[in-house]
Design a protein around this ligand. Sequence first.
Ligand SMILES: O=C(O)COP(=O)(O)O
Ligand SMILES: [Mg+2]
Length: 223
Amino acid sequence: MTPPLALDIDGTLTTPDGTIDPRVFDVLPSWDAPVVLATGKSFPYPVTLCHYIGIPETVVAENGGVVLADEQVSYTGDREKAVAVAEEFESRGGDLGWGAADTTNRWRETEIAVHIDSDEELLRKVAAEYDMEVVDTGYAYHVKTPGVEKGVGLKEVADILGVDAESFVAVGDSENDVSTFHVAAESYAVANADDRARAAADVVLDEGYMDGTLSVLEEIADR
Ligand SMILES: O=C(O)COP(=O)(O)O
Ligand SMILES: [Mg+2]
């Protein structure tokens, strides 16, 4: 039986340039089991991607802060505290790094993301003062509430869909995928994955980005 999928987006469904690999549009619409996009991106991004791939909007966004499955939306995480961290970070000279429109955080509802080139040491210092966590996805630093994790969100999705959370195959590339790897039956880190994802995964793939992800999907599709 084809297993359900929990797929990270950045670093996993993308090219090294950060664009969506077009092969996503070939393989996911015909996947014969639920597909969950589990990402650190804010809610509209994975919803939009599901929409344009042509699959049900089944999403874990904001590192577990937002969950959508079967028309049910839920939120966890202390956004106000994350905003307080961001404001304190800026008042001490830090820069969130996204420019005036800040489309990275504009629709973000449960956490705050900070540009990967920003002052990590200062950010971690301020976040610790507020008992908030900083997660480094390789694409951004996320200031989030401890305990809010993609893996917790995946369990919620599985409950809503009536699917066993432990039947999922997960693919990811960074420390924000470790909790998903722990929930899933099988976990795969693409070759570009960071040390934490590699250590947590059942298998570290030889190939990176969508090449790696596709190698897993081709192998498991007809089980
Ligand atoms: O938003 C990020 O920083 C990374 O997103 P991802 O979880 O899809 O890799
Ligand atoms: Mg990623």
